[in-house]
Write a protein that binds this ligand. Sequence first.
Ligand SMILES: Cc1ncc(COP(=O)(O)O)c(C=O)c1O
Length: 366
Amino acid sequence: MEYETPLFLRVMEYASSADRDVIDMVSGNPDWDPPDALRDGLREYVDLEPAAFQYPPSDGLLELREEIAARRGVETEQVVVTHGAGEANYLAMARALERDRGEEVVLTDPVYPYYPGKTTMLGGTQTFVPTDDRGQLDPADVRAAASEETAAIVANSPNNPTGAVYPAETIRELVAIAEEYDAVLISDEVYDHFDLSGTFESALSVDSDHRIVTNSFSKSMAITGFRVGYVIVPPHLADDVRSRHMLVNVAGSRPSQYAVLHALWETDPTYYERKRELLRERVETFTDALEAAGAEYTTPQGSFYVMARFDDYPGTLENVFRLIDEAGVAGMPGEAFGDSRTEWLRFALVSPRIEEAARRLADYFE
Ligand SMILES: Cc1ncc(COP(=O)(O)O)c(C=O)c1O
């Protein structure tokens, strides 16, 4: 099987080799500080005894799993700590496809590109369900697309790239559809701390043996480089997920898990509230400039991405390169996210230079 270099890597490479100043709005790497307690935890780690430098339990430090379980209202046995949500999604999809209940994975369009990539890698096939202009998913469309062949439905709320936050009703329906077809709803909730709408509903609110929740601290603690995430599985699937995790990784990163645990214990909720406030301001600054530039755009209810459509400027890789060279702003081509947003570009609001980027875009498209 051949793997293509992910488009975002190609865009980042192009942007960093450009011979002009470029504002990077490509990746989902937060530009703000992690919680202070995370740095404290890391500092403390350096001086621990040699045993702390050895393998942690394969499924994660017990205290971290207990802390996650307590916060999420599940049993500790249901929690496996992973290398970010990336691995959590892989484990969930692999488990769903291994159940021999079909080979089809129902995804949305637009889609976070790693889901179709993982589906292919795992030998499954994709069925895409379009979302509406605001990125909302109509459960009736998912029901129409699902069949006896459906192994998994993958949903992501708050959503990358649309910024949609699915209402409780949608989440309930998605779990119900998974149950009807003996499939698994995989709910990727990595942006849960960036719900700007106050309407986010976790799939954990629906009790079911047919849903798996994936999450991570990459975004919530601004530590995409630490690689700490988790998967919450129904008890009867936990052993299989744990085994695959162990066979692939042996174990996760002990210092990262230690620092995250420390941060969970010591971080005040105001840390997260301040980041949401920062994002709200950035959304306003950026969308005001898009409005002034006469663009069509999304106002995210959550996550930290804005999609924009400029007249006669389709969201191709070529146009993204042109925007880097001619405007000094790097975004992602809409075509990276499926067929439905090929006219659009995606901008990640994770740069301190949002105002400058907005000005450059407004000038360029004027
Ligand atoms: C929807 C979604 N899921 C998963 C991930 C990967 O998260 P992690 O760094 O925890 O592997 C990302 C990263 O951008 C994402 O946008």
